[in-house]
Design a protein around this ligand. Sequence first.
Ligand code: HEM
Length: 408
Amino acid sequence: MDLRDVDLMEDTWSTRVPHDTFALLRREAPVFWHDLEGEKAPGFWAVTRHADVRTVSRDTATYSSEAMGTFIADPTPEGLALMRMTLLNMDPPRHNRYRRLVNRGFTPRMIRMLQDQIEARARSIVDAVCEKGEIDLVAEVSAEMPAQVICDMLGVPGEDRGQIVEWTNTMVGFDDPYWRNTPEAGELAAAQIYAYCDTLVEQRRTDPRDDILSVLVHAEVDGERLTHDELDMFFVVLAVAGNETTRNLITHSVQALVEHPGARDELLADPDLWDTAVEECLRWGASIHNFRRTATCDTVLNGQQIKAGDKVVVYYLSANFDEDVFEDPFAFDVRRDPNDHVTFGGGGEHYCLGANLARVEIKAMVRELFTRLPDIEVVGEPLRMRSDFINGTNRMDVRFTPQPASAS
Ligand code: HEM
């Protein structure tokens, strides 16, 4: 293949991660102009090397998240106004004021406090499936952990959890035939989730609880309470970011360990390796392909002239396999240390708020699964999501020798 064949849009991802394309780009055109037609025209700069992904992510003055949002397609003016109410699509200094509000819910101390609860959830999720022998891992395991955890943190009662997950799937998956959705269905789901959030907000105003929503409802930015729209957007971003990404990473971690039986055996023999193994799973299976920035001025990136207003898109999976940073990047090595992957972003202001939480969830879930069901194997081909934004798997059937549920 040569540079004329490069296509990083939806269909490319529905069967695989195009590692060959990324290797070519890193080697020959690390800041590559990717032409696009139609509503995504004229195109964007695809940034594929680790060092450049870091530069773009950290230099928020040159590469703005707020100017036109963080997705490849340009938003409508109304869409942009809504998006700018979320952390992802704010630039400093406004970003820092809002980020401080939610940081409190996600400090390492808070996450350590949640750890026992998360491990207990992992046990009960495996208990619910361990006698079956064959399941769709995505629906019955991977989706359960993040949905339970984030809904609890947001104060969503257990009986509404399924509904929240369905709405967020619809909002994110409208590009994907598996969900049989349309953009209109996505918008409807968004409206429904906002209405749901409004009801919860009203309850928390009069009856604050020990959840993030209560903190946000009573928080002030520059002496003012958050507006309804701002609260809705916080809620949706946390619900979406907390669910989709972690779910897909759990699935990809299981797949990677099944496909690398040597690594699985090493882990089963030495459980102390789980911390480095989780980092390697994160590097290998990054569940967001990219985020976009907009250049605020003429600039030069790795020798390439970029004009004010150009779209600049960073590719995390490519950076995670950059030969200049990772020794033997295509070896799945559960002992890899250091492991400077950019799965949670290239650093700086927008570094993933939920990184520590996601690490705890992935480790607890995948460890419980392999410890209790050590001969787990994938049946058939996992069904990947058709999306140029989420690196996702919609369905992955797995088989294992049935085991009794735990006494707890
Ligand atoms: C494995 C799971 C996850 C992955 C791969 C992931 C990935 C990312 C990435 C790449 C960014 C950087 C965005 C940018 O630079 O523009 C980000 C930001 C963010 N993530 Fe995550 N994330 C994960 C889990 C979570 C969880 C569990 C939560 C919340 C509960 C969360 C909440 C957020 C938020 C709110 C931001 C925006 C932060 C800001 O702009 O200040 N993420 N995430």
